[in-house]
Design a binder for this molecule. Sequence first.
Ligand SMILES: Cc1ncc(COP(=O)(O)O)c(C=O)c1O
Length: 431
Amino acid sequence: MNSKCEETPYLLQQRDQFVPRGLVTAHPLVIDRAQGAEVWDVGGKRYLDFVGGIGVMNIGHNHPKVLAAVQAQMQKVTHACFQVVAYRPYLDLVQRLCGLVAGSSGIAHKAVLFTSGAEAVENAVKIARAHTQRPAVISFRGGFHGRTLLGTTLTGMSQPYKQNFGMAPEVFHTPYPNAYRGFTSEMALQALNELFATQVSPDRVAAIIIEPVQGDGGFLSAPVEFLRALRTLTEQHGIVLIADEVQTGFGRTGKWFGFQHAGIQPDLVTVAKSLAAGMPISGVVGRAEIMDAPAPGGLGGTYGGNALACAAALAVIDTYEQEQLLARGVKLGERLRQGLVRLQTRFPQIGDVRGSGFMLAIELVKDDAARSPDPELNQQVIDEARNGGLLVIKCGVYRNVLRFLAPLVTEEAQVDEALDILEKALSRVLS
Ligand SMILES: Cc1ncc(COP(=O)(O)O)c(C=O)c1O
């Protein structure tokens, strides 16, 4: 190889030759290293990383406290399997997670750890079914819950996730509120009641699973009154309410968890992604009496709650507290939102600026009466932004939403720089 820059085409060709096309890589880049809110490709070019491994790096790449915790744990034990012997980082982490989820509710909680977000979702459903002895699960259109068979069935987007992969039984979908498209909380509740009347009676429903802010579905927030009504309805019918906080958790929306904005207490909460700064770990945290429903041996997984990942997660939680990262995320979110609203006044193709905390997105639309989704424009803007040094990805059922998942440790100057790159990208694409 003559120069580092020449490596990229070779590596991308290697990628195409040995990785199946079903696994898409959003940007034609091969990265070499990362720090904070920045990554560098193998050619040495620097990018602002406003994707963070899809909402995993809320604490930023290579945080020194996380690295130190993992290195220290590596000297002791890397893997033991909690089904065989217990170890301290697992025990400390489940206790911390129970405290964070229970908050001041005074309700006894328990937690169990897994490896991926989809696995946490699967197990939350298993626990809910064991507790209620009912089969059905309701999820939302536009929701995303992972790529396992149950995960894709729960997911409320057909392509590319479902294809002809088959479906898990007893899953029903209902619409999610969408303020931009005029679909209110009342309409969504009416649709849910219709589902109860026409398809599955509430006494057959084990669980309703909801993202407080839909992630892959387009950064739509569930209004506070909708989450509260859902809590009341599920209590009335003995249905387990599962908050899927895989993307919204750990400060992304300005609080530890998205459900906390509504002041409700879900029965079960799924966590993953930014819990451990890129070490693969997930969990289900919930009311102790529900969590204890599966009989001994019903829960587990060889790698669930791996010791290195637990050590990373404990360092993440400590660092959030020590560096007040929740407040920092709120402040950065306000700055980014103001910048995006300013861009909206210049570019009418930005139909909506939305989200919560530092979980923000813009919806790109056509200049027609229906404000139709414009996925082609979105892709052009994303590509142009990358050329300018900013990494972002799309979301939304129609893939016309551009989302920002920058670390909570991003510098204010980096937020401004990202806005500047985005503005130039929009002007170039739209000129
Ligand atoms: C809300 C939500 N649930 C579940 C998942 C699945 O997580 P994983 O990809 O770790 O299996 C995701 C991933 O994006 C997610 O955003």
